[in-house]
Ligand binder design. Sequence first.
Ligand SMILES: NC(=O)c1ccc[n+]([C@@H]2O[C@H](COP(=O)([O-])OP(=O)(O)OC[C@H]3O[C@@H](n4cnc5c(N)ncnc54)[C@H](O)[C@@H]3O)[C@@H](O)[C@H]2O)c1
Length: 399
Amino acid sequence: MRRRTWRVWQQAVPKGGTQMAKKTRLALAGLGSVSQRGILPHLAQADALERVELVACCDVVPGRATETARVYGWSESYDDYDQMIAQADVDVVLVATPIPAHYDQIMKALGHGRHVYAQKTMTTTLAEANAVIELAKTKGLMVVASPGQMLNPTLVSIRELVRGGGLGKVYWTFSTNAGGGHEQETFRTGNDVLRNVDPTWYYKAGGGPVYDMAVYSLHTLTGIFGPVRRVTAVSGIGLPVRTWKDKEIAVEMDDNTLMLLDFGDATFALAGGQNSRIAPTIGWGRLTISGTRGTVDFGGGLGGLEVVSDAVLPEAFGTRGPRVFIPSAGLPGLKHVTGAHTSIQEPHVYNDIMHMVECLETGSDPVPTAAHARHVVEIIERAYLAASTGQMQEISSFF
Ligand SMILES: NC(=O)c1ccc[n+]([C@@H]2O[C@H](COP(=O)([O-])OP(=O)(O)OC[C@H]3O[C@@H](n4cnc5c(N)ncnc54)[C@H](O)[C@@H]3O)[C@@H](O)[C@H]2O)c1
């Protein structure tokens, strides 16, 4: 039987007792938008604090870590990631810095024997993702990589329906995640050290709406249909200059990309990542699937889940076909998002983190794996290559 070092949590529970389980000691790198709006307020809730210890936080902007530690009760603060990694006695490093910084920080954390939670995307290239997986394996460490789309029970039920043949032969599917641009986040209008967070990196190499947003669609589609075989794309810069406060940002990363994915056996998908507005009827994260026996339409402007199928639907849908509309399915029903967490932003991020904590406590394997994240990273890298060369690209990785 495989044994991994994260099983130490189980061993830490005293014989005959259950109350003294070890808390997971956390470090957090990157104290910008996703941390201030989501990770920090979620982890400050009493139910989280029963299971985690807020040890060390870090940000390169002087004073941001000190102020974060003061406001949210973290014990140590650092302006330098390398110093934090060398000094802080933690079990897990949460990496929530700009995407281009992820690879280096993940590798350093693993190198110091820490488990890693990585915000999306885990890395920007397949080669980097391979190196992360290899080092984690060598060291016997866990890497959990957001977004954990397949922790969403509705998506799991859709996967069950598709794989059980409830939609017949699936012909094509569509998913998109678009948003005006991070310079428009209300959060960034603040002028204090916690909220005056410059979004410029989103428009430089390693940023862009595919690594940042289409990544959700890609995790959803591959979570349901499995690995992609081939990808092609069109991609470009629609708006060459963006503004945040009084700063002009020269856009160097494509802000408008459409990808065509081939899952094999004539099942195709369209996935997009754009820094544009999106019609209310489509909305954030819309997923539609069309097969010979039925269709699924989930999320976005629809605000729920509509299934049309002549098959018997999975029990989770609560009823039988031929046509089911479940408004509440628009709410994710994520395991750890209860009580106060339902009204704090970025609940899926918190759910992913607590899923990792639970895996460490119980010795179980995580759902959002580094191998799945690697596959998505390869799709993105190859999509950009396809767009620049005009050549359809083969995908080599599996998960
Ligand atoms: N903003 C969102 O809506 C959102 C939502 C979910 C996930 N995410 C993801 O979260 C991650 C961070 O995004 P964000 O929007 O919070 O970015 P951000 O620009 O708001 O914040 C990034 C923070 O990291 C700090 N930083 C930069 N380089 C660093 C380094 N080397 N070491 C330590 N700190 C460093 C910056 O000073 C800044 O405070 C990305 O992976 C992004 O895709 C963002």
